[in-house]
Design a binder for this molecule. Sequence first.
Ligand code: PMP
Length: 423
Amino acid sequence: DQSVCAPLPVLGRDVTVPLVTGGEVTYAALDYAASAPALQRVWDDVAAYAPYYGSVHRGAGYLSQLSTDLFENARRTVEEFLDCREGDQLVFTRSTTDSLNLLAAALPADCQVFVFETEHHASLLPWRDARVTYLNAPRTPGEAVTTLERALADRDPYGPALVCVTGASNVTGELWPVQELAAAAHAHGARIVLDAAQLAPHHPLSVRELDVDWVAFSGHKLYAPFGSGVLAGRADWLQEAEPYLAGGGASKAVARRVDGGVDVEWHTTAARHEAGSPNVIGAYSIASACKALTEAGFDSLVAREQELISRVQSGLAEVPEVKVLSLFGDDAPRVGVLSFVVDGWNSSHFAAALSAEYGIGVRDGLFCAHPLVRTLLGSDPQEQGECGAPEGAPGEKSLNAIRVSFGAGTPDEHVERFVTAVR
Ligand code: PMP
């Protein structure tokens, strides 16, 4: 099929790991949802820039100016990648978690927040100082919209409100009806932030078309390493809020007052929330990844990923002991992320065996989405405590799951090896 591209070159393709059964094998990184391998192209771009590294916004020298230009150009590249609107602001952060905590710190007084219990903890937890309504897990995308509409209809219509929702689940990979949820939020005078940590690496993303007010994602899941993330969207709440971090870069002018105190004038640009020396390599690598994905073409990347998903699904379907976890049904559209349990197996042991016997790296546990995974496993979503490791006796309920995830750099062989290993 012409529309399906080859895997994009990524770092670590030739890394070999030892097997307990003897010998070694190339490592099959099937944990993209946690951190994706960096694109070779990103690494090459960073290596080419490295000799010219300098301080951003803090130097008169040539290399300092060059780094400042690269940092600001990176901002524009990522704004284009996200199809931001006129007047939107893009703040470079450390991660999705950081971006959502920044937004939580910038909420207007008395803001009500609406969030599904199915969210990743990074979207579920930062709102603790606001009035939060946790919405029950929906079992269809349509039910997600009606659940939100019902909750919003009951809210104080004059106060500010924010809805926080994921674009693609880090547990099931399922796509959420973001455009419909945004329309519902706006119809009730609320705003919406999209957690795109799992969507952005796998799907074209337009802030304008989805009509979301903010979007957050992490570089290390988008094939760029170096501890950088993004929060992009409406400028007003961000600029009316106190700076997320106080310090140099966020402040425009600082002066001692006659009474001995200090007066500060804060920036009203993205710099307001970027105090401290910016992570220029982080921003530059995200921009490089955005360019590489755009040039490869999302249509062919998505087509390739869908083939891999189908192969994983058909392979798992051949094993009667395997149960794939899903909120919206097995046929629901999803990105390259899928979690499952195996009857008779402890999920942690199963994941350890995939690593030790086949050189396959997956993840086991509750994936920082404890209420969702407990709901999917049929255990009590209100239960507390650590990710439990069940004995795995046949017929016994699992307390955690196994997650396989892949993306633009995954060769067919990794997926075939995974299917064979599970079988
Ligand atoms: N949201 C989702 C949906 C995620 O999958 C993750 C990472 N697993 C996060 C937020 C948090 O991302 P980070 O750890 O990069 O802050």
